[in-house]
Ligand binder design. Structure first.
Ligand code: ADP
Length: 521
């Protein structure tokens, strides 16, 4: 809301699609810069691959993926080797166009040679992924889970997970993929937008039946069958935290570019939609992350041919209203003011704006905002308990060892130089090598330049971002891994990388100390 027009700054900016307004200098925006780009299928797969290279066991919740067209030869070769090693392995793969959504353009294949290389795929990059053939079934149907996650802050990292989510069901009984049923989307794809068009779709009027149900209703059912639901939740929490740890390095690069440190700017938060598939053995697998999950609490109903009306969807309402309400409660700017005022022992009765989302339809909707007196504790007490539970920093200790790429990104950002860029120039790369004292008689500055040119050229030829020239973060990470492998030959990759990070941080700290001394004298 802009109660006094756009001239006055607001506490919270609620954007529909992305962070795009560079004229906001204070308050909070509900989107992070670069989030849309970071969670695209290809970028997400790349980020997960880096983490899988470093920590293969910890990141085995993401299906093995290859990027098309550039990794087609690698895909073909790896599948051939795996088949040679295990002749009884009869895999299925799922091909998903980059930037697609709602199941658009997705198809299943049994063999790499079935990839459709004509027409659209060449102009439209895609991810090909191992298909999870043995999902958990309920009522003989495949389903996936949409969980809502609030990334409340990037630095320091703060993550909240909604206690309930949605389970979206297929509308044809599931069978393991065969050449005959590969094309049956209502059997294999759980997308609501696809299954709604099947004659079998059942709109739920309660939360535990129909083609869209609450996740808690599934958990109840699993628990009554004796499943270890506590362990399942703990696995899901790990999956969410590890995924966000994989995304933060890239997000930080975008953040410093759009909101440079030291200049006035807003802070950001964002509600993300995690799509998770449960395997038969209850292992959760990540399918994708949505930067713009639908918050609709109605669905369309065809009254007579061609005549539609919007009707409330109790399941969506149950889950989504709580997510938005709690997000606003958690980012509530008045809360901080109240806390400060309280701690100063001068309680300040400030009016607060409550955004009301619990409206059935626009005619019955109450005023978009209600001015309520700030009876702070009472007002909070009148609301249901929070559905968003903090998982980070709560469980930070268990996961801190995974945050290696974050530290590589911090080195990258330090050498970006001119604020507002996301790519490192050759001079920045040379300064990084020189300041960290990484060149020597075996690794000359000429070799440094060759490394920079080779890696940068290859990444830029993949044509993801032509807006800027130079070395992107993933290219820098590749170069960094290369240097780490060279320097610490016999260690496992994550130890090589950790050792090089420590060396760089140490040398930069010493240099900084020296500079401080020079300026002091
Ligand atoms: P979109 O963004 O187009 O919805 P998704 O990655 O979510 O793409 O995939 C669409 C659907 O395909 C998922 O909801 C899920 O039912 C199915 N699916 C996707 N990847 C896999 C996989 N690796 N194994 C099994 N099913 C999958």
């Amino acid at each position: 809301q802009f109660p006094f027009g756009r001239r006055l700054p607001c506490d919270i900016y609620w954007h529909g699609v992305s962070f795009h307004d560079n004229n906001i200098f204070s308050g909070q925006v509900n989107k992070f810069p670069g989030m849309m780009e970071t969670v695209r299928k290809i970028t997400l797969s790349r980020a997960m691959r880096i983490m899988q290279d470093l920590f293969p066991l910890e990141y085995n919740f993401y299906p093995r993926s290859w990027i098309l067209p550039e990794e087609l030869p690698l895909f073909v070769a790896e599948v051939r080797t795996m088949k040679d090693n295990n002749p009884s392995w009869k895999p299925t793969f799922i091909v998903k166009p980059d930037g697609g959504c709602q199941g658009d353009g997705i198809y299943l294949i049994k063999d790499p040679s079935d990839i459709r290389l004509t027409g659209s795929i060449q102009s439209r990059p895609a991810v090909v992924q191992e298909y999870i053939c043995k999902p958990l079934l309920v009522d003989k149907l495949k389903f996936d889970i949409r969980l809502y996650v609030l990334l409340k802050s990037l630095e320091p990292l703060e993550i909240y997970i909604a206690k309930d989510g949605l389970s979206r069901f297929c509308t044809e009984p599931y069978q393991e993929p065969t050449l005959k049923n590969l094309h049956q989307v209502f059997m294999h794809l759980t997308n609501y937008s696809l299954n709604i068009h099947s004659g079998n779709f059942i709109h739920s009027d309660s939360v535990n039946t129909g083609s869209k149900r609450t996740f808690s209703s599934i958990l109840c059912r699993l628990s009554s069958r004796g499943a270890d639901v506590k362990k399942l939740w703990s696995d899901i929490i790990s999956l969410v935290i590890k995924t966000i740890i994989a995304l933060t390095p890239e997000l930080k690069v975008y953040y410093q570019s759009d909101i440079p440190a030291g200049k006035p700017g807003p802070t950001c938060f964002q509600i993300l939609g995690f799509d998770i598939l449960l395997m038969k053995n209850l292992k959760p697998m990540l399918l994708e992350v949505n930067a713009n999950p639908s918050m609709r609490i109605e669905h369309e109903q065809e009254l007579s041919p061609g005549v539609f009306e919007n009707v409330p969807s109790p399941v969506d309402e149950e889950v989504k209203v709580a997510v938005i309400r709690d997000t606003l409660r958690l980012v509530d700017p008045q809360k901080k003011k109240r806390k400060d005022a309280h701690s100063e022992l001068f309680p300040k009765p400030t009016p607060r704006v409550i955004v009301c989302c619990r409206c059935q339809n626009s005619e019955q909707a109450p005023e978009a905002s209600e001015e309520l007196p700030d009876a702070a504790p009472g007002a909070e007490a009148a609301l249901p308990s929070l559905c968003l539970k903090q998982v980070f920093p709560k469980y930070a200790k268990q996961f801190s060892y995974l945050r290696l790429v974050d530290r590589v990104a911090a080195l990258f950002i330090r050498f970006l130089g001119v604020k507002g860029t996301t790519k490192l120039g050759p001079t920045g790369f040379r300064t990084f090598i020189r300041n960290c004292k990484l060149s020597n008689s075996n690794f000359s500055m000429a070799a440094v330049d060759i490394l920079y040119i080779d890696i940068t050229r290859r990444w830029n030829s993949m044509g993801i971002d032509h807006k800027e020239s130079g070395m992107c973060l993933q290219a820098f990470v590749e170069a960094f891994f290369c240097l780490a492998q060279k320097k610490y030959k016999s260690l496992p990759l994550h130890e090589q990388v950790a050792s090089l990070i420590e060396l760089c941080e140490c040398r930069l700290a010493a240099l900084h100390g020296k500079r401080l001394l020079w300026t002091a004298t």
